[in-house]
Design a binder for this molecule. Structure first.
Ligand code: GDG
Length: 480
């Protein structure tokens, strides 16, 4: 029986060593949920890094990890501390991440990083090659593994390979600056199907393929050696029911401490309003812009002082990369500046949490906020925007969303803003605060309907369907 192998940088498991004992827990992220049906029900295997380096695992623990995760239908790729520094923090997060998000000034082109990226991609491919057989299907995920599709296809041409990019694909003018551009494109083209969140990313990719590799592109098909490679967009959804049901359930249960504090603010006056933002602390998420725009709003519309509160949850991320440390400092300073300038004895305009929160608290935040203000300067999709909508069980609330997030392409009923235009953000925020309930509901209703239909499970299903269809495409071109 043919199998499906999923490959991603991290496994959908949380593995910890506690007192020389290993603990393994399934992780609850969007990708794990979306691929659950494919991974758990069928004949399948998930290959990725465990989160622990070779230095952290002695050979005994390493064997134990392998055995434990085998039960979860997973296998690991072993990475050293040096791999982590050069492949992950280096090439993935100091080269590809900033470049693909249009942060040219943060992009480092370092040979050491590139060499490590190639070597680690080979490690991932080797782990796949240990298991893959003719007729199997392999689905590779994201920017850390762009060379893996070719490394598999070259060795095992009779497998079907899919690739999905979770971040934006930049325009040709950005991508052409990349020193190893040909090699990277060939790496991706090892796949039979290449998926992006939006049509724009797909278009940018095809343009790079045409102009850099001079390949024939016919609509969304590329003729590549003796194969046809298909390129398409698959906007990733969320586990709609999980968020919606959790919001309904949370209303009936005993209130958390956080919920009680949120209620205190909401009940402090009849016009009290809560504005929410949740993101990883990342320079692509537009956190400083959002604080500056909020400051601008409070100056322009002083009647809202003591009524609105911005709740900002920023989850620590990649904190050993210098730009992330700078961003953290800038955010701390800006929050301090705004709170110092506007606070009164009974009101603090920004509640800022620099940590992650348990899922239940996330639901408290979503359900208590009248407005979600999501303002990335560049974002592949942005699932937070979708999760906020899914938790609005009364269909009230307003989503303010940056047009630079992939999610904006499917969420026209949100209030779309340019994250660099403070005037527009301030005016949109005022409009959102004053929006009649009837209009809030009519917008939410359409947004919810769409999200309910195209869930993360559906996303995975559509991708797989399209990937299986490419088997026939391959046959057509070879027959020619
Ligand atoms: C990348 C792309 C693309 C956040 N804080 C907590 C928490 N979260 C969860 C949210 C959401 C997820 O993390 C964040 O997803 P996003 O899509 O917003 O952003 P990235 O992490 O940057 O993801 C992005 C995505 O991949 C998928 O393709 O949309 O564009 O950058 O699910 O709920 N969860 C918990 N506590 C927190 O404090 N439990």
């Amino acid at each position: 029986m043919n199998k499906t192998i999923i490959v991603s940088n991290r496994l959908p498991l949380q593995i910890k060593i506690d007192n020389n004992q290993l603990q393994v827990k399934p992780s609850v992220g969007g990708l794990a949920t979306g691929l659950k049906t494919i991974h758990q029900e069928g004949n399948s295997l998930w290959i990725g890094w465990s989160g622990l380096t070779e230095e952290e695992l002695n050979s005994d623990l390493s064997k134990q990890v392998k055995a434990l995760i085998k039960k979860e239908k997973c296998d690991t790729v072993s990475l050293t501390q040096n791999d982590l520094e050069n492949f992950y923090y280096g090439f993935s997060n100091r080269t590809l991440w900033p470049l693909f998000h249009y942060f040219m000034e943060y992009t480092e082109f370092e040979n050491t990083y590139w060499d490590s990226y190639k070597a680690v991609n080979q490690k991932f491919a080797d782990a796949v090659l240990e298991h893959v057989e003719d007729g199997d299907t392999v689905w590779v995920h994201d920017y850390q593994l762009l060379l893996v599709p070719k490394l598999i296809k070259d060795k095992k041409p009779n497998t079907t390979v899919g690739f999905f990019l979770h971040i934006p694909y930049p325009s040709y003018e950005i991508f052409r600056t990349f020193p190893w551009r040909e090699e990277l494109l060939h790496g991706i083209l090892g796949a039979d199907l290449i998926g992006f969140h939006t049509y724009d990313y797909q278009r940018h990719f095809l343009s790079s393929v045409k102009r850099i590799l001079r390949l024939d592109v016919n609509f969304n098909e590329i003729t590549y050696d003796d194969r046809v490679v298909k390129v398409d967009s698959f906007p990733m959804g969320i586990d709609y029911n999980k968020f919606h049901q959790s919001a309904l359930k949370q209303k009936k249960e005993e209130k958390s401490e956080l919920q009680k504090r949120l209620d205190d603010h909401i009940q402090s006056s009849k016009d009290a309003r809560m504005i929410l933002s949740i993101d990883r602390m990342d320079y692509t998420k537009g956190i400083p812009n959002r604080i500056r725009a909020f400051e601008y709003f409070l100056n322009k519309y002083p009647e809202y002082k003591e009524k609105v509160r911005l709740i900002m949850l920023a989850v620590p991320s990649r904190s050993n990369v210098p730009q992330y440390q700078l961003l953290k400092r800038e955010t701390d300073e800006l929050v301090g500046r705004v709170n110092g300038q506007f606070s009164t004895v009974s009101w603090t305009p920004i509640w800022y949490f620099y940590r992650s929160m348990p899922f239940e608290n996330l639901i408290d935040l979503y359900t208590s906020s009248h407005i979600a203000m999501i303002t990335p300067v560049r974002d592949g999709m942005n699932l937070v925007a979708k999760e906020y909508v899914a938790t609005r069980t009364e269909q009230d609330g307003v989503l303010i969303l940056s047009e630079m997030a992939g999610a904006s392409k499917e969420m026209n009923e949100a209030m779309l803003i340019n994250p660099n235009n403070f005037e527009q953000i301030a005016d949109t925020l005022k409009q959102a605060l004053e929006m009649p309930l009837k209009e809030q509901r009519s917008r939410m209703e359409i947004l919810q309907k769409r999200l309910k239909r195209y869930t993360v499970e559906k996303w995975a299903e559509e991708f797989m369907k399209s990937l299986f269809a490419t088997k026939n495409l391959g046959a057509v071109i070879i027959a020619k």
